[in-house]
Write a protein that binds this ligand. Structure first.
Ligand SMILES: [Fe+2]
Ligand SMILES: [Fe+2]
Length: 158
């Protein structure tokens, strides 16, 4: 981030970069898990589940990209080592169920990951509110998409 950008930011930039890197790791883990479940899901009506998982997986990849850009703007560096993703994430890897026809479990895996993401982004939003408008705007945009993801999968429970 440039001089003026740093000057107007009222947050602890180092801490913010750490928070953003943790969220960045979460996004990659979710992306990987959802895409894997999209590719492997079977059973009746699997096409719809495949489509939804693929769409949400793409959103998570987009979030990772947006967060990486903000980390760079703040003068930080997004995690470079894929081996460090798990250790730096807020939550553990959203493990796909062994049974690829088990929609209930797939839905649970996604819901748990989304609930975690909502909590994380809510915290970052509170930390940056009125202090770092650029990060705040990005985070609330991502937060609203995570809320949409959670709802999408909750609706499947019927
Ligand atoms: Fe996300
Ligand atoms: Fe999400």
């Amino acid at each position: 981030m440039g001089k003026k950008g740093t000057e107007i930011s009222g947050v602890d930039v180092k801490e913010l970069i750490k928070d953003l890197n943790r969220a960045y790791a979460d996004e990659w883990l979710a992306h990987f898990s959802y895409l894997h479940m999209a590719r492997t899901v079977t059973g009746p009506g699997y096409e719809d589940m495949n489509e939804m998982l693929e769409k949400v997986a793409k959103d998570e990849a987009e979030h990772a990209e947006e967060i990486a850009n903000r980390i760079l703007e703040l003068g930080g560096m997004p995690l470079a080592n894929i081996n460090e993703l798990q250790n730096n994430a807020n939550a553990s890897f959203p493990m796909p169920p062994k049974d690829t026809t088990d929609y209930k479990k797939i839905i649970k895996v996604v819901e748990l990951a989304e609930a975690g993401a909502i909590e994380v982004y809510n915290k970052i939003a509170s930390k940056t509110l009125g202090k770092d408008h650029v990060t705040y705007q990005l985070i609330t945009h991502i937060l609203s998409e995570e809320v949409g993801h959670e709802e999408m999968f909750e609706d499947l429970e019927g």
